[in-house]
Design a protein around this ligand. Structure first.
Ligand code: SF4
Length: 666
């Protein structure tokens, strides 16, 4: 069925067994004491899972272009031995691995390297507090030589290929773009001179590694930066790279400082494949497409339609190292799909932490969290089928325990059922599908619509009980909260409450943001219909905006300063921008006075004002639901996890992590 995915492909002298590449990701294991060994195990597991080729996270070719010791480096000969640990492990697993040659340019952090960042021109990046120093001509020569030396070290360390990092706004991209390259010498000015640095790097790497060693170049297909490289220039650059001896082009989308979301959940699947297609039409070497492709069936379709020659997936290999192997065997429903939330991968990295995965917390603990059969098979009750309970039940059953999962609602999922309704968050459906399939495969007995009671659990002979009973929404002490038009957030998500056209939400955290999205989403015309109407000029853009505007007015209210706290760094800005665009108003640093039939009275700077509302929704946090836990303590061994342990915002990441932990502890 996956004829195109499984068709071997040639990159230079290297033959890959399939066309799915695990794209480069920095996972930060290097900062751990046994970081290289963990990294090696992490890649080896993905090789065993069927990745055609693995590309490592960036390895710095010079100290000033890296991120210090918490990143891989390839600028010294002594790095060769460290890197060899990785290649040996991957080769033992029958995999192939390429080292990515990296220089961050003006994105490098001085606090990590102890050195001034360098760039073609001394222009500060909006996402870095350090201004770069301009490289002089001799330093440029040294930098090119460093890429070539790094490639030779990669070869010596046993890598099967190298990938030159030339996209995402890093150094090579900075030379190419007129936005970041203001030079007027041999390395800047017109397009050819701006392109020269990247082309010289490609040529010198080729010369250094010899004619047969595969060299991939990750180039920017679309910068998503105003006034940056044009598509015409991009295609010309692609042709020049081919002439310089590059064997394949991996197409990156967007710079890190770009204001356009490129990989978050709100980006439609495959939204940028068209860019790879443009490049493919311009060159004859293989072209690799990436960004928001998280299903091998989708990759098959993209390949079948000839948009590219290979597909790169990165985060999907965090979510499920076996994604290719399972897909090739037709076990699609067993794939743990990456939901593009960024919460445990990119958000961790941007916070200076080690990456993991929300739906697969084993990432980074591949060896110590390998599933080991339980010493003694026990009958275990898991109470609550939200994310914490689902993961606990899965791991316990995987280890051989007899598991019964209790859920008082009539469906599994808990608060995942809230999230999946939110526009742009449909990927949560995949997580539910995954658990449904896994629990059925493992023979977990699921008792839906059943409230677990302490006496009954004891009487039934359970050896241990996992309490994942979630949270109880908190009602703040605001006069008027008992009025008929005041409803709780869970009632809205569960369609148990009617919502009018003037809405005030008490609370402005992650749940309130999700609710607002849901409430202002307008189904009058879909994005596809809008595109059709526009393409035939049936209506103009203004009419489309009018049709898409919500008739509902939503206010989010918060005593504190910040809206959307609890949302990840990499997604918060885009979420808030979308809400503002849809007319949601956010009032912060307010005091609640009272709720009245006509709305919510608040005070701002000691001045009272009315927020008109026919519906007031309380989304002001929650408290842990621990009644069953207390009823069972001293009667049975009990384990408290997820929201029942600590109520916070919708925190599926912590919930699944704790489910995974308890599943391994019993
Ligand atoms: Fe995908 Fe989210 Fe896991 Fe990152 S944390 S790999 S985005 S599911």
């Amino acid at each position: 069925k996956l004829a195109n995915v499984q068709e071997p492909v040639q990159i230079g002298a290297m033959t890959l067994p399939n066309r799915i590449i695990m794209g480069s990701m920095h996972v930060g294991f290097e900062r751990l004491p046994d970081g290289v060994a963990r990294l090696a195990e992490f890649y080896a597991e993905r090789a065993r899972g069927g990745a055609g080729l693995i590309v490592t996270g960036g390895a710095a070719v010079l100290p000033e272009g890296g991120m210090g010791e918490v990143y891989c480096n390839v600028y010294l000969d002594e790095h060769i031995e460290q890197l060899r640990v990785i290649t040996e492990k991957v080769h033992q697993a029958n995999g192939k691995i390429a080292l990515q040659l990296f220089h961050a340019g003006r994105y490098a952090y001085k606090e990590a390297t102890g050195l001034d960042p360098v760039a073609p021109s001394p222009l500060q990046a909006p996402i870095n507090r350090w201004k770069p120093r301009e490289l002089d001509a001799s330093e440029i020569e040294l930098t090119i030589a460093a890429f070539a030396a790094g490639a030779v070290r990669a070869q010596k360390a046993g890598f099967d290929a190298v990938e030159i990092m030339g996209s995402e706004g890093y150094l090579i991209n900075q030379f190419l773009s007129p936005v970041t390259n203001h030079r007027q010498d041999d390395w800047g000015g017109d397009f050819l001179r701006r392109a020269r640095f990247g082309i010289e790097v490609a040529k010198r790497v080729r010369e250094a590694v010899g004619p047969d060693f595969p060299v991939v170049f990750r180039m920017s297909g679309l910068d998503l930066i105003p006034d940056s490289t044009s598509m015409e220039e991009t295609l010309q650059f692609a042709r020049m790279l081919e002439d310089a001896g590059v064997n394949a082009l991996n197409i990156g989308i967007g710079w890190h400082e770009s204001k356009v979301p490129t990989i978050s959940m709100m980006v439609p699947r495959g939204a940028y494949v068209w860019v790879a297609r443009q490049v493919k039409q311009a060159v004859s070497i293989p072209v690799i497409a990436s960004n928001r492709i998280n299903d091998v069936r989708h990759a098959e379709e993209i390949l079948r339609e000839g948009h590219c020659d290979l597909v790169s997936m990165a985060r999907p290999f965090l979510a499920d190292p076996q994604i290719v192997a399972k897909s090739v065997e037709g076990r699609y429903d067993e794939v743990n799909t990456c939901i593009a939330c960024n919460q445990a991968c990119l958000d961790h990295i941007f916070d200076g932490k080690v990456a993991s995965c929300l739906v697969n917390p084993q990432v980074g603990r591949e060896a110590e969290w390998a599933i080991v059969p339980a010493g003694v098979r026990k009958k275990v009750a898991v109470v609550g089928a939200g994310p914490a309970g689902l993961e606990a039940a899965r791991v316990l059953a995987e280890r051989g325990h007899e598991v019964v999962l209790f859920e008082k609602q009539t469906r599994i999922g808990g608060q995942l059922n809230y999230a999946r309704q939110v526009p742009g968050k449909a990927e949560f459906n995949e997580t539910l599908r995954y658990y449904r399939t896994q629990l059925a495969r493992l023979g977990v007995e699921i008792r839906l619509g059943t409230e677990a009671e302490a006496d009954a659990l004891v009487a039934e002979g359970f050896a241990e009980v996992v309490i994942a009973t979630g949270v109880v929404p908190r009602v703040p002490e605001i006069p008027g909260r008992e009025l008929g038009h005041v409803v709780m957030y869970n009632e809205v998500f569960e369609q148990k409450a009617k919502v009018g056209n003037k809405v005030a939400i008490v609370g402005a955290g992650g749940i309130a943001c999700d609710l607002s999205h849901l409430l202002v989403h307008n189904e009058v015309i879909s994005a596809q219909t809008a595109e059709y109407l526009l393409s035939y000029r049936i209506v103009d853009e203004q009419t489309i905006h009018r049709l898409q505007a919500s008739k509902r007015k939503v206010f989010m209210l918060r005593r504190g300063k910040h809206v959307g706290s609890g949302l990840g760094k990499t997604t918060r800005w885009a979420t808030l921008a979308q809400l503002k665009q849809r007319g949601v108003e956010m009032l912060t640093q307010i005091e609640y006075k009272r709720i009245a039939p006509e709305g919510v009275y608040i005070s701002v700077n000691d001045e009272e004002q009315l927020v008109p509302a026919d519906t007031v929704i309380i989304a002001a946090g929650a408290t842990p639901n621990q009644s069953l836990y207390h009823a069972l303590t001293n009667r049975l061994p009990v384990h408290l996890i997820g929201g029942a342990k600590e109520a916070g915002e919708l925190d599926a990441k912590r919930a699944i992590l704790e489910g995974a932990q308890v599943g391994r502890a019993i």
